[in-house]
Design a protein around this ligand. Structure first.
Ligand code: FES
Length: 149
């Protein structure tokens, strides 16, 4: 039996791996050098989402100032495509307004990565959904405090 971790913590992709055929150079580059990995201890919003397809998880942390995402971090317990999607998705929304960031889609994340294999499209959902969940958490906290930025 294959332990679940072997799927979720893949080896670094090498040009000789099958993944090198499946994934674009951008996916491999973001997987090997992921941006914005980590947490924000004093975050303003946090989203935790799981994939219905594979059961893997992603957490997204945001810091908001004047209605803009001034910092975005993520961590994932998912595959290489999830690592690359989290990296690209957080790069795409950093510096954006809440309204702009809420419009991010899994297709946009996958497209920015140069595409994902069809069986890996659900991995990009984790990034887009995680970002939206973090923003919704931020908005509900702000509402709980009675508004403001
Ligand atoms: S296979 Fe689970 S996130 Fe990619």
């Amino acid at each position: 039996m294959t332990p679940w971790r072997s799927r979720c913590y893949p080896r670094k992709a090498r040009r000789t791996d099958r993944s090198a055929d499946m994934y674009s150079d951008k996916v491999i580059e973001h997987f090997q050098n992921p941006r914005n990995v980590g947490t924000i201890p004093d975050y303003d919003g946090m989203g935790k989402v799981g994939s219905e397809v594979c059961g893997d998880l992603m957490e997204v942390y945001i810091k908001v100032e004047d209605g803009r995402l001034v910092d975005v971090k993520y961590r994932t317990f998912g595959c290489g495509a999830a690592v690359a999607s989290g990296s690209m998705g957080t790069e795409m929304v950093k510096g954006k307004t809440i309204e702009e960031a809420l419009k991010i889609t899994d297709e946009q994340v996958a497209e920015a990565l140069g595409g994902l294999p069809p069986e890996k499209m659900h991995c990009s959902n984790l990034a887009a959904d995680g970002i939206k969940a973090a923003i919704m958490d931020y908005l509900s906290r702000r509402e709980g405090r009675g508004g403001g930025s």
